[in-house]
Write a protein that binds this ligand. Structure first.
Ligand SMILES: [Zn+2]
Ligand SMILES: [Zn+2]
Length: 284
């Protein structure tokens, strides 16, 4: 069975959402069952049997004060409980959708993250490192790349990736080599550091995602790259499949490439989640 465990109901950024709003408005809003059904239809057309909505934590009012960044604060307009209720209602109506969230790893906000997750009926929690202190690895307006040398950014990123895995707060590390998004790859000399990080991540039992999103970004490559995916496999780290779609059309996008990469790395199964409990299912 194929799954898509990283989906957003709307694009990022106030302007992009305003431009796209007519699409979900005609369905009764982005939390309507009818809008979610568009994602399910696209999934079915690409032989994907189960999907998870994982909107960004920065979209929710409850997380507004977690970060000083003005973009982050402007994004925090949604009600987390309305989001959870809408997805649970879609499940009850029979749609094969999981309730998830893409949670930022913010080392100073571990207590807030834990209480945000506690008591809400999530099926899957993605852990993402988008920020290193006040700088972003993938936001062109707050670029870590202008301020620091590649070794510095990659090294800080890998430290945070391991810390996020060790925190025990997450089920899956999203887009594990995200800093390459604009094309700045990890210096070859850092391979040993990377492999230490892979071993540390493996000890925690967390999964990583194989994401086709990078193919739609300037780097034009899966997250993680084939060598890193093979290293995760070798270390015994389980994997999920994901598109990181921000609109129905991209659900299950480029899955032929992603599934071939998983197989090429030696994976024969992917991880399914329900109520934050993992189960391996055969990769078709
Ligand atoms: Zn992300
Ligand atoms: Zn995402």
């Amino acid at each position: 069975m194929l799954t898509d465990y990283h989906l957003h109901l709307q694009p990022d950024g106030v302007e992009s959402r305003a431009e796209a709003a007519h699409r979900w408005t005609e369905h009764g809003g982005h939390l309507s069952g009818s809008w979610m059904a568009r994602y399910v239809e696209r999934a079915r057309s690409r032989a994907v049997g189960e999907i998870a909505f994982t909107d960004h934590v920065h979209r929710f009012e409850e997380a507004r004060e977690w970060h000083d960044n003005p973009w982050w604060r402007a994004e925090a307009t949604e009600d987390i409980d309305a989001y959870c209720d809408a997805i649970v209602a879609a499940q009850k109506a029979g749609l094969p959708v999981l309730l998830g969230i893409e949670m930022d790893w913010l080392p100073r906000r571990q207590d807030e993250i834990a209480s945000f997750l506690d008591g809400r009926p999530f099926d899957i929690v993605l852990g993402s490192i988008h920020w290193i202190e006040e700088l972003a690895v993938d936001h062109p307006d707050y670029p870590a790349w202008d301020r620091h040398a590649p070794e510095v950014v990659w090294s800080a990123y890998l430290d945070q990736l391991v810390a996020a895995a060790r925190s025990g707060l997450f089920d899956v590390l999203a887009h594990p080599d995200l800093p390459k998004v604009f094309g700045t790859r990890m210096p070859e000399a850092m391979r040993a550091v990377l492999h230490r990080a892979v071993r540390a991540i493996a000890e925690t039992g967390i999964a990583i995602e194989c994401s086709s999103a990078g193919l739609r970004k300037p780097v034009r490559e899966l997250y993680p790259d084939p060598d890193l995916l093979a290293a995760f496999r070798e270390a015994g780290v389980p994997a999920t499949l994901a598109s990181d779609a921000h609109r129905p059309d991209d659900v299950g996008c480029d899955y032929a490439t992603a599934v071939a990469a998983l197989r090429g790395a030696g994976y024969t199964s992917i991880t399914r989640f329900r109520g934050r409990t993992a189960q391996q299912v055969e990769l078709p």
